[in-house]
Design a protein around this ligand. Structure first.
Ligand code: BG6
Length: 488
């Protein structure tokens, strides 16, 4: 998919200077979280599934919801696959009880979902819309009853259109509006939600939304304005971390979910691992590195020259407000090799023969879920990591005539993908990397942004004509993983 190939080139906007020695000692002193059985996941591991508001809810005109940039974008000719929109999507707004029951049968302990900002503040700021929050209160009650812990994302790309009309993320006022929305929402829902994520994937909605224009709002800014927009987004995250804590009525856990540019050593020796460490830090320089280190890397700024963002030390301090956990969306990774040229690593271009899943940006590399968390914990001493998304699309075929329900969608490629990725995640957890939970993307086939309904990522098949849900074979596979707390 273009968005992902774009992100590859976006990362190349910046590379880095030589690194100061990394905090290996921090990783060595990580608490052991593995259980004695080498094939089991840690005892309190949180198995979950993930969704996002615009991708599943539908009901875009109901109960006072305002328009989002995705409503506008998807209704603009030529922007999405066959002009498809999220107007109805999975109709989750009306069917969430059925979907919570699906999760309960699956045995998950966690559910990652997002709140639609334009349901809570239809105009982005100003008067809140109580009915919008009521929907989430109903959902949270249903989850509570099913003993499923909510993990809430405050922003999964559905910016209120009213804010976009005033400049969207190009305007620092949007960063402040996001903090206000976060504060209010936390004040209303912190009794029901302990785990909060500010933002999902800076790289996707900023770079694809304001850089290449492939995603809403479909703008193509100059590089200078685009880089400043990136800064506004990470600043919004920092403000929101503080706002959630200030608004919450009890201590909560605050983090974010980022589709980090994955980097792994091409060969598992010291030189390549070191190259991968440098690479991970530099490929994620403008968000995760800035959040953990409180500064943009020298190379990031130097490589942008006159297009580098303008910022103050206070803003960098806010951006690096401490977080309680790092959520990583992991679908794939790329290999790094050492380089004599600064900053000391080189990303390997994938040969055309590199295998991928049904979405051509999901290159099959299970080691992604081993190396990305491991390197993040090594470099920044992260103490709590959740894999907040992992999964793949598949060319699923529904066979209603199959004799048993689980035989209706035999998605063996998805099972192959999951089996391999989960095995590597177990390797990480078994070695003491603090991976505390996993959220499979996705519970349901849903609206996959610019790809519309053409890509199916669910472990539950959705017939978009009838809204019938049919668990796929991968649903049963995942159910057994959860039941046994193990892949093998
Ligand atoms: C993740 C997003 O990056 O990728 C999800 O957080 C998205 O919202 C998933 O559905 C699959 O990506 P895409 O672009 O193929 O729909």
């Amino acid at each position: 998919m273009q968005r992902r190939s774009f992100l590859k080139s976006a990362a190349a906007l910046a590379a880095a200077p030589a690194l100061s020695p990394l905090a290996r000692a921090a990783a060595e002193s990580l608490p052991a979280v593995a259980s004695p059985n080498p094939h089991r996941f840690p005892q309190n591991f949180i198995w979950g599934t993930a969704t996002a508001a615009y991708q599943v809810e539908g009901a875009v005109h109901e109960d006072g919801r305002g328009a989002s940039v995705w409503d506008t974008f998807s209704h603009t000719a030529g922007k999405t696959f066959q002009g498809q929109t999220g107007d109805v999507a999975d109709d989750f707004y009306h069917r969430y009880k059925e979907d919570v029951a699906l999760m309960k049968r699956l045995g998950v302990r966690g559910f990652r979902f997002s709140i639609a900002w334009p349901r809570v503040f239809p105009e982005g700021t100003g008067a809140p819309n109580p009915k919008g929050l009521d929907f989430y209160k109903g959902l949270l009650d249903a989850l509570h009853e099913a003993n499923i812990e909510p993990f809430c994302t405050l922003f999964h790309w559905d910016l209120p259109q009213a804010l976009e009309d005033k400049g969207g993320w190009t305007s620092p006022a949007t960063s402040q509006a996001f903090a206000d929305y976060a504060h209010y929402t936390a004040s209303q829902l912190s009794d029901r939600i302990r785990h909060w994520m500010t933002i999902n994937e800076f790289g996707s909605y900023i770079d694809a939304g304001y850089g290449t224009g492939e995603f809403a709002p479909g703008r193509k800014l100059s590089r200078k304005d685009w880089m400043q927009t990136r800064h506004n987004a990470v600043y919004a995250h920092g403000l929101a971390v503080q706002a959630v804590r200030a608004g919450a009525a009890r201590p909560v856990q605050v983090g974010l979910a980022e589709d980090m540019s994955g980097v792994m050593p091409a060969i598992e020796d010291d030189a390549h691992i070191h190259a991968a460490e440098i690479g991970l830090r530099e490929e994620n320089a403008w968000h995760i590195t800035a959040i953990f280190e409180g500064r943009y890397t020298d190379h990031y700024l130097q490589s942008l020259g006159a297009d580098a963002p303008v910022f103050t030390p206070e803003e960098m301090k806010t951006i690096s407000s401490p977080i309680d956990f790092l959520g990583i969306n992991i679908y794939t990774t790329r290999e790094a090799v050492p380089s004599d040229a600064a900053p000391g690593y080189q990303m390997v271009d994938r040969p055309a023969s590199y295998p991928h899943m049904a979405s051509d940006w999901i290159f099959f590399n299970p080691h992604a879920v081993y190396w990305t968390p491991k390197l993040a914990s090594t470099i920044w001493g992260v103490k709590s990591i959740y894999v907040t998304e992992n999964g793949c699309s598949s060319d699923d075929v529904l066979r209603p005539e199959a004799p048993n329900p689980a035989g209706q969608v035999l998605d063996s490629d998805r099972i192959m993908y999951l089996r391999n990725y989960l095995t590597q995640m177990q390797r990480a957890a078994g070695e003491g990397v603090p991976v505390h939970g996993y959220f499979l993307w996705s519970l349901l086939d849903n609206y996959e942004w610019a790809s519309g309904y053409s890509k199916r990522f669910g472990i539950t098949y959705v017939d978009f004509e009838t809204q019938k849900r049919v668990p796929k074979l991968s649903y049963d596979f995942y159910k057994e993983v959860i039941r046994s707390n193990s892949v093998v």
